[in-house]
Design a binder for this molecule. Structure first.
Ligand code: NI
Length: 507
């Protein structure tokens, strides 16, 4: 409080007059106010507060002060000269204070003018604290390992220049990262509490206190460049080469990426990836029910046919459910049978429309075989499916590549009953059962030729496997029990998402 200190000095007439008058009388208070208002370092409101308190302290002596003949004489002076009078009284006032007061009274020893000023100064500090402390309070930060104190909200840019931290500036680089001009990059880099800031953010950062700041070498600045967007198509990737089921475990997405051409260097380089791409992945594997549950699926191809209803009766009698891979052309001929399959709680999927060897079909034919069979099944039963069993099990990744995303899964089998060759009932039963494991899929037929052997074999297969503790579930329920098949595939009618594309190229 240099200003208060100044007021101790008798030679500082202006200030001492302020003090003296407030001590003496309210009349002189006016004088001193005027004097101070006119001065170059005239008081802020804070200063007035100080004086106000001092004069309050002095008011106990007002009566004696008013009896001061000297002051009374001064008071009778011309008002226009008050200001100058104030200066005059200043010195005298100080002198007179050292003498006994008129009327024999002395100021209390415990309260000198000096005390008033000190008290006043403290009061000023107290009054200023709530605002001043927040704006100007010093805080500590750790900058490159050293503890430093700065006023709160000082910018890091100011601190870095004051601390004279030596850093190496980055370079101006080409789009491919080659140095064009050394030292033309950013002057330094800033990290606040392990968070890297951009150059501007770091430079403008205002400290709160308590931060750990790391100032390091500057980053490079890349030359100006022009941008072209490129698109990369996804590829078709096969994951696993052997197994009863193949399904889309990931849909393909186009990658959209910038290609930058440097205005200075003329170089081209990959830029920002605007849309992350991904390949389409086909997963081929056997299903394995969680916790070793003894679940299996029995499946029937080439229907519906004149035999199908007898299959449905046997299944009902044994409390078993199955999955039927219907041919679109048969569904169109006997829609009521397909409808009954679904009504009995079985699952229906596509076996194409014409029973083509799809691997020998054109892309258009493959697609129409799928679309038309899906449509027939939907029309007859209301069921939407995108799962098929390819005729003869003939389906390669090349065939997948021409499906345009119309298929979500290809379902083959683990146990081939070879019933189509009519090897005899016992052989069909043995082929269906021998070596069976939880999660397996059994292949039989309910169409495509005489099915009497099947109809005799089926009850035995159901009984024997039931005796072994197996439960028959649909293919999609077997997939659910497996726990590794994506949700959309489990619906049985998964369609390619709108933001996906079907790859035509194998990965
Ligand atoms: Ni078939």
């Amino acid at each position: 409080m240099a200003r208060s200190g100044e007021r101790y000095t008798p030679h500082s007439r202006r200030d001492s007059s302020a003090h003296d008058s407030s001590y003496r009388s309210s009349a002189h208070m006016n004088v001193s106010m005027n004097a101070n208002t006119g001065s170059s370092h005239s008081s802020t409101p804070r200063f007035s507060t100080t004086r106000g308190e001092a004069s309050y302290a002095g008011s106990t002596r007002k009566s004696s002060a008013s009896k001061n003949p000297y002051l009374q004489a001064q008071r009778s002076n011309n008002n226009a000269r008050r200001e100058r009078v104030g200066f005059v009284t200043a010195d005298k006032g100080f002198v007179s204070a050292k003498r006994p007061m008129p009327g024999g009274k002395k100021p209390k020893r415990g309260m000198t003018r000096r005390d008033f000023i000190v008290l006043g100064g403290l009061a000023a500090v107290a009054a200023a604290l709530p605002i001043g402390w927040n704006i100007f309070r010093p805080v500590e930060v750790v900058i490159n390992g050293a503890r430093r104190t700065y006023t709160v909200h000082t910018s890091l840019g100011d601190i870095i220049s004051k601390e004279k931290i030596k850093t190496t500036a980055g370079n101006l680089t080409s789009v491919s990262g080659k140095v064009i001009t050394e030292g033309k990059g950013f002057a330094y880099s800033v990290k606040v509490d392990d968070k890297d800031l951009s150059f501007d953010d770091g430079n403008n950062y205002k400290i709160h206190g308590g931060e750990t700041i790391t100032v390091g070498n500057g980053a490079d600045i890349m030359e100006e460049y022009t941008v072209e967007m490129t698109e990369t198509q996804p590829k078709l990737i096969t994951d696993g080469s052997w197994g009863a089921v193949t399904y889309v475990s990931q849909w393909g997405k186009v990658e959209k990426k910038e290609i930058r051409t440097g205005k200075t260097s003329g170089e081209t380089a990959d830029g920002e990836v605007k849309q992350k791409g991904q390949d389409c992945v086909l997963k081929t594997r056997n299903l394995q029910p969680k916790d070793g549950k003894k679940l299996i699926s029995i499946t029937f191809d080439d229907g519906p046919s004149v035999y199908t209803e007898r299959y449905l009766k046997i299944l009902k009698d044994h409390g078993a459910v199955a999955t039927f891979f219907n041919l679109g052309q048969n569904v169109d001929e006997m829609p009521e049978i397909s409808k009954k399959i679904v009504a009995d709680g079985h699952e229906i999927m596509s076996h194409t429309y014409h029973h083509d060897v799809l691997t020998k079909d054109s892309a258009e034919r493959v697609q129409s075989e799928l679309d038309s069979s899906y449509e027939s099944i939907k029309k007859a039963t209301g069921v939407e499916t995108t799962m098929i069993r390819p005729p003869y099990g003939a389906f390669t990744s090349k065939t997948w590549a021409v499906t345009q995303g119309k298929m979500s899964a290809s379902i083959l089998w683990n146990q081939d009953s070879l019933d189509w060759s009519r090897p005899g009932v016992d052989k069909i039963v043995a082929n269906a059962i021998n070596g069976i494991q939880p999660g397996y899929i059994i292949l039989m037929h309910d169409g495509g030729g005489p099915r009497e052997q099947d109809l005799e074999a089926l009850p035995q297969i159901l009984d024997k496997l039931h005796d072994q503790g197996y439960t028959f579930v649909t293919v999609t329920d077997l997939m659910k029990a497996d726990g590794n098949v994506p949700e959309d595939i489990l619906t049985g009618k998964a369609k390619m998402p709108e933001d996906a594309v079907w790859p035509t190229e194998l990965g």
